[in-house]
Design a protein around this ligand. Sequence first.
Ligand code: HEC
Ligand code: HEC
Length: 320
Amino acid sequence: MNNPRKTFFSKRTILFFTCLLIIFIIIQFIRPEIKNPPVTGDLQAPAEVKTILKQACYDCHSNETQLRWFDQISPLNWRVAQHIKEGRKVLNFSEWGNLAAGDQKAKLWEAVNQIQEGAMPLKDYEMVHTSAKISANQLTTLKNYLLGTVKPSVYNDTSKINAADKQYKKWQDNQLSPDNLPVALNGITYIPDYKNWQPLSTSERFDNNTMRIIFGNDIAVKAVKNNNIHPWPNGTIFAKVAWAQIVDKDSTIHTGAFLQVEYMIKDDKKYASTGGWGFARFKTPKMVPYGKTALFANECMNCHRPMKNEDFVFTLPIKH
Ligand code: HEC
Ligand code: HEC
């Protein structure tokens, strides 16, 4: 008389799944409101650029969020709402027009960078919104757009080049007095010694005509030799120096004005809140510390975060 189905679906199992279903139905009534506020200054860009950004980024970085049916099921939509709220806060293409031109360029560069590092669009979003995935061709389109937004600085008159050369010599001689060095808001003091360190890499930022050299101190150089860079040892310091880049009429590239030097200092205890790295930036030949509050380091971290698997360091050293 034993019914096999009864042993298969016991009363308890049925009860369990019924409860689960009821809970699921109830939570459908607990839903965050996802609103689209008015668009006040939408990004103005060529159609092919807009299409890519709309497809891949606008759901979280604009006031034109388009929710698919599966985005609206609780508890999934709780996460979706959180992403939209955080996404709009850091980057909102619908309020693009309210940003200063320099900030627009910086955001755009950061956007391309985040795509290139595979950090954006968010991976779990990309998994369900497969059309958001950015192809290599689309990335090139975005880069070309970014390139087009800057004018190359070509100088025909040698006076500017001579002035820049003079400034470069001054930089080499170091004009700052050793007992009165500038200090960043997070307590990091300008380190003049970086000019004697070994250059680990150079890079060119394609969008704003700058030349950069990345120097490493002895600990960094030793870590590279011993292939001990995951993570980089405490005491490692990088200095990244940027100059404007000027091109003379023979297409020779010169260093232009000194722009800034940035440091990353490894101390996994002292700087635990920013990935174990102390960040600092000093601008212009006067080495003015960057940032309005000590929280400026979060800005550095936001951009370096996609390199988490490389201990937040972009520069892959040339093997010695
Ligand atoms: C599913 C939502 C989502 C999508 C889609 C998405 N992002 Fe994001 N994005 C976020 C969230 C959330 C943050 C803030 C937290 C973080 O940095 O992880 C963020 C942060 C960023 C930042 C850092 C901004 C800053 O100043 O800190 C950039 C740049 C960015 N996204 C660019 C993009 C680009 C470009 C795309 C499209 C290719 C894109 N995102 C698609 C959710 C999203
Ligand atoms: C917009 C993104 C972005 C922001 C913001 C940013 N960085 Fe970087 N940083 C980079 C990239 C990309 C590199 C790789 C070298 C290059 O391309 O110039 C880099 C390299 C560096 C390096 C050389 C070591 C390495 O990781 O390769 C230092 C030092 C550095 N950054 C310091 C800072 C400091 C200090 C701040 C904040 C004041 C900061 N960065 C903010 C993108 C950023």
